[in-house]
Design a protein around this ligand. Structure first.
Ligand SMILES: Cc1ncc(COP(=O)(O)O)c(C=O)c1O
Length: 410
């Protein structure tokens, strides 16, 4: 069963004016018109809301008027604006999940991993070089990399596109997102040249999305609460950095950019990470459910539903993921990524526009360095929107089977 208790679809036709979705928002049941546009363009992690709502006040943070006044958190630490309790919870959670080595690593906190990404480019490029350093990533790559890299037209670095096409012998920075946004596959470097610098963006390397097969041990790794606990609005990310000088330069970038990172957000993030770790150890409040088991099950269920809906149609396809042993779950499992990377058959030249005509907003493959037959769809929205997505894709699919390939949006 793909429906949930949280959202119930009444009526069967999206064109019916009486058709509606009952959805709970902030505990209040609202009726949404089922023909409303659903925005699955961003990876906004609203799916996590219901879990945290169930945790109630256990994860509330009270910050009184006299707290968080100073700019400084720990002047003995290389990253002087990092709250010690956040550092402790970051190390604890990585140890528990087994997804990254934290021993002998410097932690640098950032306003989201987006700020850390920019700090990493600054730290890895050479100020004295004759020309800007090339920044590359294998397509399909995360759509923000080109825009973030080019935004300030820096003399330190420049966007050089798909890593597969990089053939210069000049210094470069390769961005490796694993599992990858948008397609969910595990990734490695593609250039592998001596002296090449690499940033590993491991935003999705958590058990709800992918099997945890190794403890990542790279020189520079980025993580974020946006995709791990679902608190994108708190804007907290962290970097695990092997080299002290690189960590110092990243810290300097953040000092000059925002003079540190909100202490209030760090304290909140620490509390949330602690709650996640406690839930894994069943130490939490009574009835607290293992966070990762809960979201692994939810993602498995969503992917099963999505695959059922598209089964039997030849209009679009989804990637298939290999089964691998997940050290965290203790079983063989496949990936259940945060995004569905849908490929339409060639006659749908612009699949983003095609889905928009069906009131589903997605992000076109062109933003990820590939063609427009691909679209990325967020799998992290609230249950009611996910239900509408299934309903609409299933209608498109049924119509295609009825009408054949010349399907047009109604
Ligand atoms: C691969 C990847 N890295 C980084 C980010 C941004 O993370 P943050 O919200 O921590 O800035 C995202 C957000 O979608 C992402 O997909």
């Amino acid at each position: 069963m793909c429906g949930t208790k949280q959202a119930a679809i009444n009526g069967h036709s999206s064109s019916s004016s009486h058709s509606c979705i009952e959805a709970k928002e902030n505990g209040v049941t609202k009726k949404l018109p089922s023909d409303s546009v659903i925005n699955l363009d961003h990876g906004d992690p609203k799916m996590f809301e219901s879990y945290w709502r169930r945790m109630g006040d256990n994860c509330a943070v009270v910050i009184t008027g006299w707290q968080s006044l100073s700019y400084f958190s720990d002047i003995t630490s290389l990253c002087w604006f990092l709250e010690p309790e956040l550092a402790e919870e970051v190390r604890r959670l990585h140890r528990l999940v087994g997804n990254a080595v934290t021993e002998d690593r410097h932690i640098v906190v950032g306003t989201g991993s987006t700020q850390l990404f920019q700090a990493a480019l600054y730290a890895l490029s050479s100020p004295d070089a004759d020309e800007p350093m090339s920044v590359v990533s294998a397509a399909p790559y995360y759509s923000s990399y080109p825009t973030l890299t080019e935004f300030l037209r820096s003399r330190l670095y420049r966007w050089a596109g798909d890593a597969h096409g990089f053939d210069g012998d000049k210094p470069y920075i390769e961005l490796v997102t694993s599992p990858n946004n948008p397609d969910g596959f595990t990734r490695k470097t593609v250039i592998n040249r001596r002296g090449g610098k690499v940033v590993y963006d491991l935003a999705y390397y958590w058990p709800q999305y992918t099997p945890i097969t190794i403890q990542a041990d790279h020189d520079l790794m980025l993580f974020t609460v946006s995709k791990s606990t679902g608190h994108a609005g708190s804007r907290i990310g962290w970097a695990l950095v092997k080299d002290k000088e690189v960590a110092k330069k990243m810290t300097k970038f953040i000092e000059l950019n925002t003079i540190g990172v909100s202490k209030d957000s760090q304290v909140r993030a620490a509390k949330l990470l602690r709650a996640v770790s406690d839930s894994c150890k069943q130490l939490g409040s009574q009835g607290s459910v293992n966070f990762f088991d809960n979201f692994r099950r939810l993602m498995i269920n969503r992917w099963e539903c999505l695959r059922n809906v598209i089964r039997g149609n030849d209009l679009f396809t989804l990637p298939e993921y290999p089964k691998e042993f997940c050290n965290f779950a203790g079983e063989f499992t496949e990936a259940h990524p945060a995004f569905a990377w849908l490929k339409f058959k060639e006659e749908i030249k612009d699949s983003e526009s095609f889905l928009r005509a069906h009131k589903i907003l997605t992000r076109s493959g062109k933003h990820f360095g590939v063609n427009k037959t691909y679209v990325r769809i967020s799998m992290l929205d609230r249950e009611e929107n996910f239900e509408i997505l299934l309903e609409r894709l299933s209608k498109i699919s049924a119509k295609q089977q009825e009408n054949g390939p010349s399907l047009r949006a109604s």
